[in-house]
Structure formats: structure tokens, C-alpha cells
Design a protein around this ligand. Structure first.
Ligand code: C2E
Ligand code: CA
Ligand code: CA
Length: 805
């Protein structure tokens, strides 16, 4: 049932209620009327009362007529009045309906009233005779009529009662029916209300669902809206992209045109029928064509047909000939075409997706030239034009493989220039480069055809020699190299002398790898240098062990330095004239727990090579100053300084600090340097020496006469002392030239106001000769071996006593 139907039904039921209520009120009114009707039972009673009063009056009048009666005339008059009242009542109210129904009854009432009037009129003379008779005569004819009226009234009353009862019954039934109807309506109403409620609940639920659905629908709508919006945006973006693409396409087209005509390569595109689609300006110029010769749509064969007309077209015809198989097989390829005029054209041929092809033609003549130049440069040393390490390695590999096949022996000769760094430092890099070039030239001149010369870097060179007479040929070549390279060079008007150390390794069954061979030659070179420069060494199996030994020494040296294992010994220097000790030379000692006393000649070069000499040298300076400070004031101390120490600009500061902390006056400190110190970065070294001298420290030139013996060194710095090397002293008595050298040195020293001191003096004879030569001081075992500070003469008990005195 729908809500609407329920509502209509409800309205109907409510209307029914109203109607029933109205009707019930009508029924109530009616019922009240009916009840009022019941009072009509009085009609019968009233009539019967009137009848009984009439009969009583008649009886009283009759009785009055009887003589002797005790009836009072007043009583008769009262009865009459009552009757008259009754009769008047019968003409009023409900009696009207009764009388209206039957005119006879009304007539009776009229007759009664008339009779009573007559009787009333008679009443006052009633005592008179006949009056009673007359009165009875007036009344008696009415007896029957009055009785009849009473019975009619009774009948009427009964009829009315039943009528009213019927009416009441009907009303009761109606009322009950209506009440029942109302109750039914009530039930219907309740049912309808329940159903209405249910429907309402259902409707509410439906409404809620509907609302939810609506909400979801709204969300979906919104999403759809957003999607539409996004799609719209996308569309717009696409539109814009399309526009920009179109713009870009146009621009690209322009660029393509520009690129096509500006590209360094010539380009030609042909369709499946071998007609030209497009070609660029470079294509025209490369093949000496005019733009009118080859318009889009021109068959290539037509162009080629004119090959005889120009060289360019002839080349094109040749290249096209090479392209033909590619065109037929629909294959891409890159090939190089060597033109008869010496130029090289690189062709890149590509078939196109829908038939036809595109090809680029590039004149790569220059590039090829540049490439081969680069390749050459990558394999050659730019300065000397010798093979570099890369090319040399390739040579070694190749030569080794060949030699192995033929059973030949290869000699690997490694060279390292001696003192080349000094040339660079003193004469500048340009002079250094010139020397390197000259060395390369000389190397070339020494080798035979087939030998390979290379510069491995810096001042390192190598020669690869193939010869059936090994090791003889290698030894000969090595000797030749040492000699040739050792000859003086003339660079910018200056004479430069450099030597070379040579290491040689020969290939054998065990050594057939380039790296191995190089390593062996390098090891031999290393040993050659260690032996003293300007020498040649062949690789020996023990060299490896020597290298290991050196490494071990290096390691021990580091440890010794960290553990303070070094000591200083002091060797006296005496005045030849007085034989008095003037001072001591500090000499480094390394008493090693396992190696024993390691000589300085063994560990100092290692310390120099590894840079450890810096730290070690600083310690020597400090220690010598500290110990010398405790000596008698007239005694000085001489400290040896390695050339490597001069590379440290802080050397002067180190000396200053050592003097300050020990309290030794600078005048009592002497530093000994060798000529090699002056070989390196001269200005800075000389500057440092001047600073030391300015402090008051004296400077001695050690081992004079060995090294370079260039007198110019003596001029380069005002030394305080020249130490004549012990090699001259040793052979003083046996070799005349030694004496001559010593004599000239002492003379030179004297003229330059430098003290001269002879080293390694062991005999009195040597002392005599030295004195004769004019030498001032001497040092050697004759006067004392190097000793620790506490064993020196002045430190003994006697010396202490002398000093005290
Ligand atoms: P050097 O400066 O020429 O030292 C003199 C060397 O000759 C010392 O050898 C000394 O013991 C030795 N000698 C002295 N008198 C005689 C002699 O009558 N006959 C012989 N045959 N030899 C004598 P040493 O101590 O073995 O020193 C060798 C070299 O080690 C020194 O030569 C010096 O160049 C270097 N050296 C020693 N101590 C130091 C140092 O503290 N610093 C630096 N940089 N080098 C040092
Ligand atoms: Ca010395
Ligand atoms: Ca010396």
C-alpha cells in the first residue's frame, strides 16, 4: 500500500469519525426526545385522574342528595374545582396530541367542560331540591364518555410506550452500530497509523538511501567533472603541443635546410628509381657539379653519364659503382674510397625504409692525415722524436716473439743520464731540452738498423738490440753509448758534461716477457748507478737480492731514526805548524744490533735517496752543537751537510735553532759541503751559504779535487776552508802529479785567503810534504781516529786538569 493510499484512507477514517460523532450527537438528542416522550404516560394517568375525579364528584353530589348525609357542600365545590383544574389541564401540553388524534375525545372534553360549568352554576343551590337531580342529570350522560376517554387514554398511553420503546431500541441499535463502527474505525485508524508509520520509516530509509545514493552520485559527478576538466586541459595541452610541434617542425625544416647546406659532408638522397630526391651544396662542390645538373627528379644515371666531362664526375661515377651492389642488396655500409688524385672519401651508404637510399660523402684526407699524426704523436716522444714507452713496449713484444721463433737473443739496454737534473737546474730547461735532443741524436748514431731507441721519460732512455752475437754486441753497444754520451756538449756557447749509467738485460728461456726484460735492465741500471756513475752493468740474478738488501737497509734506517740509534764520532783536525787540535769533524755512526757498525758510505746514499737525510742531518747538527758547546772555547766542530739538505729552505733556521738551544757560538761551527752542493739550484744554495756565513758559521769545501774540480766553484762562494781530498794525500809520496795538485790547491787557497786542510793523513812523511806544500791543517788517523765525544783528549782527566789550569 502506498503512503498516499494510507493518507487517503486515514482522511476517510477521520471523516468517518467526525460523521459518527455528529451522528451520535444527533442520536443523543433524539434519545432525549424519546425519553421526553415517555412522560406522555401522564396522559393516561391525567385522563384517568380526571375520570376518577369526575366519578368522585358525581358520587359526592349523589351522596349530598341523600338525606342525612354528612357531606359538606364545600367538599363538593372543592371536588368541582379540582375537576375543573383537571379538565383545564386536559386541554394543555401533551393532551393536545392525544385529543388531536381523535375529535371525539376533544368533543368529550368540551362536553365535560360545559357540564362542569353547568354544575358549578348549580352548586350554590344544591341544597335545594331537585338541584342534585339536575346536577346528576347533567353529569351522568358523561359517565360513559368519560370512562371511554379514560380507556382511550390508556390505549393511547400503551401505544405510545411501545412506540417509544421501539424508537429507543432503534436508537440503541443505531448507537451501538455507530459505536461499533467507531471502534472499527479506531482499529482501522491504528492499523492505518501503524502502516503509515512503517511506510514513513520505509520512506525515511529509502530517503536516506536516496540521499546516500545522491551523495555518491554527486561525488561521481564531481569526479567525472574533474576528469572532464583534466581531459579538457590535456586536450588544450595537446593542442598547444601540436601547435608548438608544428612550429618546431617548421623551424626544424629551416634548420634541416641550413644544416644540409652547412654540413661538412656531402649528402645525396635517391628514391627507389634512382632519381635524386635531394643533395646539398657540399655534394655539388665535391663532385664539381652545378645545381642545374642535378635537380630533384634527375636520374643519377644521367648525371653519371657525363663522367667524362669532369674529374669530379668521374670520381662520383667510381663511387657510385661501389655503391651499386649495396643499392641492389638494400644494404647499408661505410667504406672508404681512395681517389686517384690522392684524396680519401669516406662514404656512408644507408638504404631507406620505403626504398631508395641516402649517402654521405666526406673528404677525410685531412682527418686521416691528422689521425696518423696523432697516432704518431701517441707513439713518439715530442721532444726527441724517439719512440715513447707505448711504442717501445709494442716493439719489445713483437721483437721478443720473433726472437723466440728464430732463437735469437734480445738485449734491452736502459740508460739514465748522470747529473742531468743539474743541467736543468743550472742552465735552465731550454738547455736541458737541447741536451736531451742531442743525447737522442747520439743514441741514434750509435745503433744499427733494426735496433729501436726510445725515451722512457725524463732522462731515461732505452735501446732494444737484436743480434746473434750476444752478449758481445750488447757490451760493445753499451760501452759505445757511455763513451758517446759522456762526450761534452756545447749548448748556447756553454760546455756541458753529462754521463750515463747503463743497465743491460738479455732475453733467455726464463725472460721472454717485455715487463720482465725491462725490469731486469732497470735493476742492472740501478746497480750501475750505485757503483758510481758512468758505468755499465749486465743483469745478474743477485741484483734482485741486492735490491732487496737495500730495501731492508732502508727499512732499518727508518727504524733506527725513530729509535735514536745513531751516534756521532769526532775526528781531530790539527794545525800542521803547532800540532795543536783546532777542532773536530763530526762523523755519523750507526751501530746496528745485527749488522754491526754500518759505514756512512753505505747508509748515507740510501738516506739521501729516500729523503731520510733531512731528519738525520738535523739530528747531526743539533747533536754536534750540543756536544761541542761543552768543549773548551778554542775548539770548533765541523758538520757534514748533504746536497739533499740544501733542498730544504729551512736549513738555515735549523742551524740557528741548534746554535741557540746549545749556546754554541756560531764561530765555533763549521759546515762541510762538497762541490755537488753547488751543482744544484745554485742561486738558492749560494744564498743559504751566505746566510750561514752571515751568522758567523764557517763554510768548508770538502773532498776538493775529486768531483768536477771546477775552479769556478771556488769563485762562486768565499769558502773559509778547502779540504784536500784524501785520494791526493794517500799517493802524495808515490805520485808526482798528486803533489803538484796539493801544491797548487794550497797556493790557490792562500791566494783566496782560504785555510787548506789535508784529509786522510796517516804518516809523518805526508805531514812533512804537506807542510812543505804550505798546507795549514791536517786530519787523519795519524792524529786520531774518530771517537765518541766522551773519549776525546780534552774530555779525559788530564785534559780536565789542563783546562782548569
Ligand atoms: P768525509 O767527510 O770525507 O769524511 C772523512 C772520512 O775519512 C771519514 O770516513 C773518516 O773516518 C775517514 N778518514 C779519516 N782519516 C782517515 C785516514 O787517515 N785514512 C783513511 N783511510 N780514512 C780516514 P767515514 O766516517 O766513513 O765517512 C765517510 C763519509 O761519510 C764522509 O766523508 C762524509 O762524506 C760522510 N759522512 C760522515 N758523516 C756524515 C754526516 O754526518 N753527514 C753527512 N752528510 N755525511 C757524513
Ligand atoms: Ca767531511
Ligand atoms: Ca772529505
Amino acid at each position: 500500500m502506498s503512503l498516499r493510499t494510507v493518507k487517503v484512507a486515514l482522511a476517510v477514517v477521520i471523516a468517518c469519525f467526525a460523521l459518527a460523532a455528529a451522528y451520535i450527537s444527533v442520536l443523543v438528542v433524539e434519545r432525549q426526545d424519546a425519553l421526553k416522550q415517555v412522560s406522555r404516560y401522564n396522559v393516561a394517568w391525567g385522563v384517568s385522574q380526571a375520570v376518577s375525579e369526575f366519578l368522585r364528584l358525581e358520587q359526592r353530589i349523589s351522596a349530598f342528595g341523600v338525606p342525612g348525609n354528612l357531606i359538606d357542600k364545600g367538599e363538593i365545590e372543592l371536588r368541582l374545582d379540582i375537576l375543573i383544574g383537571r379538565a383545564e389541564l386536559l386541554d394543555q401540553g401533551e393532551f393536545h396530541e392525544f385529543l388531536r388524534r381523535d375529535p371525539a375525545h376533544a368533543a368529550v372534553i368540551v362536553q365535560l367542560n360545559q357540564a362542569l360549568e353547568q354544575v358549578q352554576a348549580l352548586t350554590p343551590q344544591l341544597h335545594k331540591p331537585g338541584a342534585v337531580k339536575r346536577a346528576i342529570a347533567i353529569l351522568s350522560p358523561l359517565d360513559a364518555k368519560v370512562a371511554g376517554l379514560a380507556s382511550a387514554a390508556n390505549l393511547y398511553g400503551a401505544a405510545r410506550v411501545s412506540e417509544d420503546q421501539n424508537e429507543l431500541l432503534r436508537l440503541h441499535q443505531l448507537f451501538s452500530a455507530t459505536a461499533g463502527g467507531l471502534i472499527l474505525c479506531g482499529f482501522v485508524l491504528i492499523a492505518l497509523l501503524v502502516s503509515h508509520n512503517q511506510l514513513l520509516a520505509k520512506a525515511h530509509c529509502d530517503l536516506r538511501n536516496l540521499a546516500a545514493n545522491l551523495q555518491q552520485a554527486s561525488v561521481e559527478l564531481e569526479t567525472a567533472n574533474a576528469a572532464v576538466h583534466a581531459a579538457n586541459g590535456e586536450l588544450q595541452t595537446q593542442n598547444e603541443t601540436l601547435q608548438s610541434q608544428e612550429f618546431e617542425l617548421r623551424r626544424q625544416n629551416d634548420r634541416f635546410d641550413a644544416a644540409l647546406n652547412n654540413m661538412s659532408q656531402a649528402l645525396c638522397m635517391a628514391d627507389a628509381t634512382e632519381r635524386v630526391i635531394v643533395c646539398n651544396e657540399r655534394f655539388l662542390s665535391l663532385f664539381e657539379l652545378h645545381s642545374s645538373d642535378i635537380e630533384p627528379g634527375t636520374p643519377l644515371s644521367d648525371v653519371i653519364a657525363r663522367a667524362a666531362q669532369s674529374n669530379g664526375l668521374e670520381h662520383l661515377a667510381q663511387i657510385y659503382g661501389e655503391q651499386r651492389p649495396l643499392i641492389q642488396e638494400r644494404r647499408g655500409a661505410v667504406f672508404v674510397h681512395g681517389r686517384s688524385d690522392g684524396r680519401t672519401i669516406a662514404v656512408s651508404h644507408r638504404p631507406m625504409a620505403h626504398g631508395g637510399w641516402v649517402a654521405t660523402y666526406e673528404d677525410i684526407t685531412e682527418r686521416k692525415r691528422a689521425e696518423s699524426q696523432i697516432a704518431y704523436m701517441a707513439h713518439h716522444d715530442a721532444l726527441t722524436d724517439l719512440a715513447n714507452r707505448v711504442l717501445f713496449r709494442e716493439h719489445i713484444e713483437r721483437t721478443l716473439a720473433q726472437a723466440k721463433r728464430r732463437g735469437d737473443t734480445i738485449a734491452m739496454i736502459c740508460l739514465d743520464l748522470d747529473h742531468f737534473k743539474t743541467v736543468n737546474d743550472t742552465l735552465g730547461h731550454q738547455a736541458g731540452d737541447a741536451v736531451l735532443k742531442a743525447v737522442a741524436e747520439r743514441l741514434r748514431s750509435c745503433v744499427r738498423q733494426g735496433d729501436v731507441v726510445a725515451r722512457l721519460g725524463g732522462d731515461e732512455f732505452a735501446v732494444l738490440q737484436v743480434s746473434p752475437n750476444q752478449p758481445r754486441d750488447a757490451a760493445a753497444l753499451a760501452a759505445r753509448l757511455v763513451q758517446t754520451i759522456g762526450a761534452p756538449y756545447h749548448i748556447d756557447g756553454q760546455e756541458v758534461v753529462i754521463g750515463t749509467s747503463v743497465g743491460v738485460a738479455l732475453s733467455d728461456e726464463e725472460c721472454f716477457l717485455p715487463d720482465q726484460l725491462l725490469k731486469r735492465a732497470d735493476l742492472a741500471l740501478y746497480c750501475a748507478k750505485a757503483d758510481g756513475r758512468g758505468t755499465c752493468r749486465f743483469f745478474e740474478a743477485e741484483m734482485d737480492a741486492q735490491l732487496h738488501a737495500r730495501r731492508a737497509l732502508e727499512l732499518d734506517l727508518r727504524k733506527a731514526l725513530a729509535n735514536g740509534e745513531f751516534e756521532l764520532s769526532y775526528q781531530p783536525q790539527v794545525s800542521i805548524a803547532t800540532r795543536e787540535v783546532t777542532g773536530y769533524e763530526a762523523l755519523l755512526r750507526w751501530p746496528h744490533p745485527e749488522r754491526g757498525l754500518v759505514p756512512p758510505s753505505e747508509f748515507i746514499p740510501v738516506a739521501e735517496d729516500t729523503g731520510l737525510i733531512g731528519q738525520l742531518g738535523n739530528w747531526v747538527i743539533e747533536q754536534a752543537c750540543r756536544e761541542a758547546a761543552a768543549w773548551p772555547t778554542g775548539l770548533s766542530v765541523a758538520v757534514n751537510l748533504s746536497p739533499v739538505q740544501f733542498r730544504n729552505r729551512a736549513l738555515v733556521d735549523i742551524v740557528v735553532r741548534a746554535l741557540q738551544s746549545s749556546g754554541l757560538p756560531p764561530a765555533r761551527l763549521e759546515v762541510e759541503i762538497t762541490e755537488s752542493v753547488l751543482l744544484q739550484d745554485n742561486d738558492s744554495t749560494v744564498d743559504m751559504l751566505h746566510q750561514l756565513r752571515a751568522l758567523g758559521v764557517r763554510v768548508a769545501l770538502d773532498d776538493f779535487g775529486t768531483g768536477y774540480s771546477s775552479l769556478s766553484y771556488l769563485r762562486s762562494f768565499p769558502f773559509d776552508k778547502i779540504k784536500i781530498d784524501q785520494s791526493f794525500v794517500r799517493e802524495l809520496s808515490t805520485r808526482a802529479d798528486c803533489l803538484a795538485i796539493v801544491q797548487s790547491i794550497t797556493r790557490l787557497g792562500a791566494s783566496l785567503r782560504m785555510t787548506t786542510i789535508a784529509e786522510g793523513v796517516e804518516t809523518e812523511e805526508q805531514v812533512r810534504q804537506l807542510r812543505a806544500a804550505g798546507c795549514v791543517e791536517a786530519q787523519g788517523y795519524l792524529f786520531g781516529h774518530p771517537k765518541p765525544a766522551h773519549e776525546l783528549a780534552h774530555a779525559g782527566p788530564d785534559a780536565a786538569a789542563t783546562q782548569a789550569a
